[in-house]
Design a protein around this ligand. Structure first.
Ligand code: IMP
Ligand code: MG
Length: 176
């Protein structure tokens, strides 16, 4: 497999992140605490850019969940590989996702977090592939809608490769 056509450029990524941060900044006061929960590993580049644009009292935590194996299709059930090491009871929580594809990951994760009784629980995703939706999720902050193509870069991988690409591109598979 190799990197194909660019789907979101570095400049556009900057604009998207800035506009997401502007919306989040409008919703939380500067002295308000916000627990940003990144869903590893895909979030790590996006989240680092996002939090540097946030003005409220940000604290960063991570969870690792997986529904994908080494392939490009969701297995349909999530496994929590790393849980949060913070009590989110009574806190403002914002989930930072790289991409919402089928919606299965967040559909399963949300009730797990809801029972911990956060004050607010919102979702911020850089990308959304609505054509692939299997579970409807209320997305509070959505960066960009993209077509049904498997993409990599800016933290997103294909079998752990290409996360370091500074922009987002399609993957070309050898047999295509
Ligand atoms: P969902 O459960 O189908 O919504 O997808 C959850 C996760 O699958 C995302 O957070 C990504 O980590 C991964 N994923 C979905 N689509 C892509 C893609 O096009 N490229 C890389 N990873 C993806
Ligand atoms: Mg992810």
């Amino acid at each position: 497999m190799k990197i194909g056509e660019a789907v979101v450029s570095e400049d556009e990524l900057k604009e998207i992140v800035k506009s997401l941060a502007d919306k989040i900044n409008a919703d939380y006061a500067e002295d308000e605490e916000l627990i940003v929960v990144g869903i590893l590993k895909g979030c790590f580049v996006f989240m680092s850019d996002l939090v540097r644009n946030l003005k409220c009292d940000v604290k960063t935590f991570f969870m690792e969940v997986s529904s994908y194996g080494d392939g490009t299709e969701s297995s349909g059930k999530i496994v929590i590989k790393k849980d949060l090491n913070v009590d989110i009871g009574g806190k403002n929580v914002l989930i930072a996702e790289d991409i919402i594809d089928t919606g299965i990951t967040l559909y399963q994760l949300l009730p797990i977090l809801e029972v911990r009784k956060p004050k607010t629980l919102r979702i911020c995703t850089l990308l959304h592939k609505p054509e692939r939706t299997q579970r409807e999720i209320k997305i509070d902050y959505k960066g960009k809608v993209i077509p049904d193509k498997f993409i990599v870069g800016y933290g997103l991988d294909c079998a752990e490769r290409f996360r370091q690409l500074p922009y987002i591109a399609e993957v070309e598979f050898a047999d295509e």
